[in-house]
Design a protein around this ligand. Structure first.
Ligand code: ATP
Length: 254
Protein backbone atom coordinates (compact mmCIF):
# COMPACT_ATOMS: atom_id res chain seq x y z
CA UNK A 1 0.00 0.00 0.00
CA UNK A 2 1.48 3.36 -1.04
CA UNK A 3 1.59 6.41 1.24
CA UNK A 4 -1.13 8.91 0.42
CA UNK A 5 0.43 11.56 2.61
CA UNK A 6 4.10 11.91 3.42
CA UNK A 7 5.33 14.40 6.01
CA UNK A 8 9.13 14.70 6.02
CA UNK A 9 11.23 16.48 8.61
CA UNK A 10 8.68 19.22 9.29
CA UNK A 11 9.44 21.86 11.91
CA UNK A 12 7.36 24.83 13.01
CA UNK A 13 8.39 27.35 15.65
CA UNK A 14 6.28 29.94 17.43
CA UNK A 15 8.84 32.34 18.86
CA UNK A 16 11.26 30.14 20.76
CA UNK A 17 8.84 27.21 21.01
CA UNK A 18 9.17 24.25 18.64
CA UNK A 19 5.54 23.15 18.11
CA UNK A 20 6.86 20.70 15.49
CA UNK A 21 10.43 19.48 15.66
CA UNK A 22 11.68 17.47 12.66
CA UNK A 23 8.45 15.49 12.49
CA UNK A 24 8.17 12.73 9.86
CA UNK A 25 5.25 10.36 9.32
CA UNK A 26 3.00 8.99 6.61
CA UNK A 27 -0.66 8.13 6.13
CA UNK A 28 -1.53 5.17 3.92
CA UNK A 29 -4.19 5.22 1.26
CA UNK A 30 -7.41 3.48 2.30
CA UNK A 31 -6.60 3.58 6.00
CA UNK A 32 -7.79 5.46 9.06
CA UNK A 33 -4.69 6.81 10.81
CA UNK A 34 -4.78 8.12 14.37
CA UNK A 35 -2.61 11.03 15.51
CA UNK A 36 -2.49 10.96 19.28
CA UNK A 37 -0.31 12.47 21.97
CA UNK A 38 -0.51 14.57 25.11
CA UNK A 39 -1.68 18.21 25.17
CA UNK A 40 0.73 20.49 23.38
CA UNK A 41 2.41 17.63 21.44
CA UNK A 42 1.90 19.46 18.14
CA UNK A 43 -1.03 17.51 16.69
CA UNK A 44 -3.15 20.50 15.64
CA UNK A 45 -0.09 22.34 14.34
CA UNK A 46 0.67 19.28 12.21
CA UNK A 47 -2.87 19.32 10.77
CA UNK A 48 -2.47 23.05 10.14
CA UNK A 49 0.79 22.51 8.25
CA UNK A 50 -0.56 19.57 6.22
CA UNK A 51 -3.77 21.36 5.25
CA UNK A 52 -2.02 24.59 4.25
CA UNK A 53 -3.23 26.81 7.10
CA UNK A 54 0.30 27.26 8.45
CA UNK A 55 3.61 27.21 6.54
CA UNK A 56 6.32 25.02 8.03
CA UNK A 57 9.77 26.48 8.76
CA UNK A 58 11.31 23.49 7.05
CA UNK A 59 10.44 20.05 5.78
CA UNK A 60 8.00 18.88 3.11
CA UNK A 61 4.45 17.61 2.74
CA UNK A 62 3.58 15.39 -0.21
CA UNK A 63 -0.03 14.48 -0.93
CA UNK A 64 -0.84 11.92 -3.61
CA UNK A 65 2.76 12.17 -4.82
CA UNK A 66 2.57 15.99 -5.24
CA UNK A 67 4.59 18.44 -3.21
CA UNK A 68 1.98 20.60 -1.45
CA UNK A 69 4.33 22.18 1.08
CA UNK A 70 3.19 25.69 2.00
CA UNK A 71 0.32 25.72 -0.51
CA UNK A 72 -2.82 27.56 0.63
CA UNK A 73 -5.70 25.58 2.12
CA UNK A 74 -8.16 26.13 -0.78
CA UNK A 75 -5.58 24.84 -3.27
CA UNK A 76 -4.83 21.75 -1.16
CA UNK A 77 -8.60 21.19 -0.80
CA UNK A 78 -9.10 21.20 -4.55
CA UNK A 79 -6.51 18.40 -4.76
CA UNK A 80 -8.67 16.30 -2.42
CA UNK A 81 -7.13 16.94 0.99
CA UNK A 82 -9.59 18.56 3.42
CA UNK A 83 -9.76 19.06 7.16
CA UNK A 84 -12.25 19.82 9.88
CA UNK A 85 -11.62 22.10 12.85
CA UNK A 86 -11.63 21.40 16.58
CA UNK A 87 -14.06 24.27 17.07
CA UNK A 88 -16.86 24.01 14.53
CA UNK A 89 -17.44 27.29 12.70
CA UNK A 90 -21.03 26.94 11.54
CA UNK A 91 -22.79 30.02 10.22
CA UNK A 92 -25.35 30.29 13.02
CA UNK A 93 -27.88 32.54 11.31
CA UNK A 94 -28.29 30.06 8.47
CA UNK A 95 -30.00 26.69 8.22
CA UNK A 96 -28.12 23.41 8.06
CA UNK A 97 -28.69 23.19 4.30
CA UNK A 98 -27.69 26.82 3.71
CA UNK A 99 -24.43 26.18 5.58
CA UNK A 100 -23.64 23.48 3.05
CA UNK A 101 -24.75 25.50 0.05
CA UNK A 102 -22.18 28.13 0.96
CA UNK A 103 -19.39 25.69 1.80
CA UNK A 104 -17.75 25.16 -1.59
CA UNK A 105 -17.91 28.85 -2.41
CA UNK A 106 -15.68 29.38 0.62
CA UNK A 107 -13.31 26.54 -0.08
CA UNK A 108 -13.23 26.52 -3.86
CA UNK A 109 -13.24 30.22 -4.61
CA UNK A 110 -10.87 29.86 -7.52
CA UNK A 111 -12.88 27.13 -9.18
CA UNK A 112 -16.20 28.89 -8.74
CA UNK A 113 -15.01 32.35 -9.83
CA UNK A 114 -14.00 30.87 -13.18
CA UNK A 115 -17.63 29.93 -13.72
CA UNK A 116 -18.96 33.41 -12.95
CA UNK A 117 -18.51 34.44 -16.58
CA UNK A 118 -21.58 32.48 -17.57
CA UNK A 119 -24.76 32.84 -15.53
CA UNK A 120 -26.22 29.65 -16.97
CA UNK A 121 -23.15 27.76 -15.87
CA UNK A 122 -23.54 29.20 -12.39
CA UNK A 123 -27.19 28.17 -12.22
CA UNK A 124 -26.36 24.65 -13.37
CA UNK A 125 -23.58 24.50 -10.87
CA UNK A 126 -25.89 25.69 -8.07
CA UNK A 127 -28.51 23.06 -8.93
CA UNK A 128 -25.88 20.34 -9.04
CA UNK A 129 -24.46 21.54 -5.80
CA UNK A 130 -27.88 21.66 -4.05
CA UNK A 131 -28.50 18.05 -5.11
CA UNK A 132 -25.11 17.06 -3.78
CA UNK A 133 -25.72 18.87 -0.48
CA UNK A 134 -29.01 16.99 -0.10
CA UNK A 135 -27.30 13.65 -0.78
CA UNK A 136 -24.53 14.36 1.73
CA UNK A 137 -27.03 15.41 4.43
CA UNK A 138 -28.99 12.20 3.84
CA UNK A 139 -25.80 10.21 4.00
CA UNK A 140 -24.77 11.61 7.38
CA UNK A 141 -28.29 11.52 8.85
CA UNK A 142 -28.91 15.29 9.07
CA UNK A 143 -31.42 15.62 6.21
CA UNK A 144 -34.39 15.83 8.56
CA UNK A 145 -32.74 18.89 10.15
CA UNK A 146 -31.93 20.56 6.79
CA UNK A 147 -34.22 23.54 7.47
CA UNK A 148 -33.27 23.95 11.13
CA UNK A 149 -30.97 26.72 12.31
CA UNK A 150 -27.38 25.43 12.44
CA UNK A 151 -26.86 27.16 15.77
CA UNK A 152 -29.57 24.95 17.35
CA UNK A 153 -27.62 21.74 16.56
CA UNK A 154 -26.03 19.73 19.38
CA UNK A 155 -22.24 19.51 19.65
CA UNK A 156 -22.26 16.14 17.87
CA UNK A 157 -24.59 17.32 15.11
CA UNK A 158 -22.29 20.30 14.49
CA UNK A 159 -19.41 17.86 14.06
CA UNK A 160 -21.52 15.99 11.50
CA UNK A 161 -22.28 19.24 9.69
CA UNK A 162 -18.57 20.01 9.61
CA UNK A 163 -17.95 16.56 8.14
CA UNK A 164 -20.71 17.13 5.57
CA UNK A 165 -19.06 20.42 4.58
CA UNK A 166 -15.80 18.71 3.70
CA UNK A 167 -17.48 15.68 2.07
CA UNK A 168 -19.05 18.03 -0.47
CA UNK A 169 -15.57 18.59 -1.80
CA UNK A 170 -15.34 14.89 -2.72
CA UNK A 171 -12.09 14.39 -0.81
CA UNK A 172 -9.53 11.62 -1.02
CA UNK A 173 -8.17 12.34 2.45
CA UNK A 174 -10.09 13.86 5.37
CA UNK A 175 -8.24 15.14 8.43
CA UNK A 176 -10.47 15.33 11.51
CA UNK A 177 -9.44 17.46 14.48
CA UNK A 178 -11.00 15.97 17.62
CA UNK A 179 -14.25 14.62 16.12
CA UNK A 180 -15.31 13.16 19.50
CA UNK A 181 -14.87 16.31 21.61
CA UNK A 182 -18.20 17.46 23.02
CA UNK A 183 -20.13 14.62 21.36
CA UNK A 184 -22.65 12.60 23.39
CA UNK A 185 -22.07 8.78 23.37
CA UNK A 186 -25.00 7.73 21.10
CA UNK A 187 -23.96 10.20 18.40
CA UNK A 188 -20.32 9.23 18.85
CA UNK A 189 -21.29 5.67 17.88
CA UNK A 190 -22.94 7.07 14.73
CA UNK A 191 -19.83 9.10 13.88
CA UNK A 192 -17.61 6.02 14.29
CA UNK A 193 -19.94 4.01 12.03
CA UNK A 194 -20.02 6.80 9.46
CA UNK A 195 -16.22 6.98 9.31
CA UNK A 196 -16.15 3.20 8.76
CA UNK A 197 -18.65 3.51 5.90
CA UNK A 198 -16.78 6.39 4.29
CA UNK A 199 -13.55 4.40 4.52
CA UNK A 200 -15.31 1.51 2.75
CA UNK A 201 -16.21 4.04 0.02
CA UNK A 202 -12.50 4.73 -0.45
CA UNK A 203 -11.94 7.85 1.66
CA UNK A 204 -8.80 7.86 3.81
CA UNK A 205 -8.74 9.56 7.21
CA UNK A 206 -6.24 11.13 9.59
CA UNK A 207 -7.74 11.67 13.03
CA UNK A 208 -6.39 13.81 15.87
CA UNK A 209 -8.20 12.66 18.99
CA UNK A 210 -7.90 12.29 22.77
CA UNK A 211 -10.78 9.80 22.94
CA UNK A 212 -8.95 6.47 23.00
CA UNK A 213 -12.16 4.50 22.50
CA UNK A 214 -12.63 6.14 19.09
CA UNK A 215 -8.96 5.69 18.15
CA UNK A 216 -8.98 2.01 19.19
CA UNK A 217 -12.29 1.38 17.42
CA UNK A 218 -11.44 2.73 13.96
CA UNK A 219 -7.73 3.30 13.44
CA UNK A 220 -5.70 0.91 11.29
CA UNK A 221 -2.51 2.64 12.33
CA UNK A 222 -1.54 5.17 14.99
CA UNK A 223 1.25 7.76 15.26
CA UNK A 224 2.03 9.08 18.72
CA UNK A 225 3.36 12.64 18.82
CA UNK A 226 5.29 14.05 21.75
CA UNK A 227 7.16 17.34 21.94
CA UNK A 228 6.58 18.07 18.28
CA UNK A 229 7.86 14.85 16.83
CA UNK A 230 6.72 11.32 16.01
CA UNK A 231 7.55 9.27 19.10
CA UNK A 232 6.33 5.89 17.86
CA UNK A 233 3.98 4.36 15.26
CA UNK A 234 2.09 1.07 15.14
CA UNK A 235 -1.27 -0.54 15.80
CA UNK A 236 -3.37 0.88 18.63
CA UNK A 237 -2.50 -2.15 20.78
CA UNK A 238 1.23 -1.74 20.05
CA UNK A 239 1.49 1.97 20.79
CA UNK A 240 -0.64 1.91 23.94
CA UNK A 241 1.47 -0.91 25.37
CA UNK A 242 4.73 0.96 24.74
CA UNK A 243 6.46 2.31 27.85
CA UNK A 244 7.58 5.49 26.01
CA UNK A 245 3.96 6.31 25.21
CA UNK A 246 2.84 5.68 28.76
CA UNK A 247 5.65 8.00 29.93
CA UNK A 248 4.61 10.71 27.46
CA UNK A 249 1.03 10.53 28.70
CA UNK A 250 1.99 10.19 32.35
CA UNK A 251 -0.87 11.46 34.45
CA UNK A 252 -3.30 11.49 31.53
CA UNK A 253 -4.13 7.79 31.86
CA UNK A 254 -4.10 6.19 28.40
N1 ATP B 1 -0.33 30.15 16.91
C1 ATP B 1 0.43 29.80 17.93
N2 ATP B 1 1.20 30.70 18.60
C2 ATP B 1 2.00 30.33 19.62
N3 ATP B 1 2.09 29.08 20.08
C3 ATP B 1 1.34 28.13 19.49
C4 ATP B 1 0.49 28.44 18.40
N4 ATP B 1 -0.13 27.28 18.00
C5 ATP B 1 0.33 26.32 18.81
N5 ATP B 1 1.22 26.83 19.71
C6 ATP B 1 1.94 26.07 20.72
O1 ATP B 1 2.54 24.95 20.08
C7 ATP B 1 2.49 23.80 20.89
C8 ATP B 1 1.74 22.69 20.16
O2 ATP B 1 0.35 23.08 20.07
P1 ATP B 1 -0.73 22.18 19.35
O3 ATP B 1 -2.03 22.90 19.49
O4 ATP B 1 -0.28 21.84 17.99
O5 ATP B 1 -0.72 20.88 20.26
P2 ATP B 1 -1.79 19.70 20.33
O6 ATP B 1 -1.03 18.44 20.38
O7 ATP B 1 -2.79 19.85 19.24
O8 ATP B 1 -2.47 20.00 21.74
P3 ATP B 1 -3.97 19.68 22.25
O9 ATP B 1 -4.08 18.20 22.34
O10 ATP B 1 -4.00 20.34 23.60
O11 ATP B 1 -4.92 20.30 21.26
C9 ATP B 1 1.79 24.23 22.19
O12 ATP B 1 2.79 24.52 23.16
C10 ATP B 1 1.04 25.47 21.80
O13 ATP B 1 0.86 26.34 22.90
Amino acid sequence: MTALLEVRDVSKHFGGLAALDHCSLSLKRGQVTGLIGPNGAGKTTLLNVISGLVKPDNGTVHFDARDVTGQPMHRVATLGLVRTFQIVRELGGLTVLENLLLAPFHQRGEVISGALFARATVREQEARHAAKARDVLKRIGLWKLADHSASALSGGQKKLLELARVLLLEPTLVLLDEPAAGVAPPLLKDIIELIRELKADGISFGIVEHDMHLIGAICDHVHVLAEGTNLISGSFAEVTADARVIDAYLGLGV
